[in-house]
Design a protein around this ligand. Structure first.
Ligand code: F3S
Length: 67
């Protein structure tokens, strides 16, 4: 069975540009401290999430295998 992959934001790298949450508002949520967090990695299509990953200016988002 194929592993399901979900995105994860590295808070050490994120600069809070919020492009990811503009592209996938159901997946990435801006937190009080100004960083993005992937709150639901399955709430958008893989293509759209990949677009958010590619758009992040500091490459803070990566795919992780779902536990
Ligand atoms: Fe942070 Fe990149 Fe999103 S800088 S807010 S993870 S687009």
């Amino acid at each position: 069975m194929a592993e399901k992959k979900v995105p994860a934001v590295d808070p050490e790298v994120c600069i809070g540009c919020s492009a990811c949450s503009a592209i996938c508002p159901n997946v990435f949520e801006m937190q009080a401290e100004g960083k993005s967090k992937a709150v639901n990695g399955e709430a958008d299509t893989e293509e759209n999430i990949q677009r958010a990953i590619d758009t992040c200016p500091v490459q803070a988002i990566s795919w992780k295998n779902k536990a």
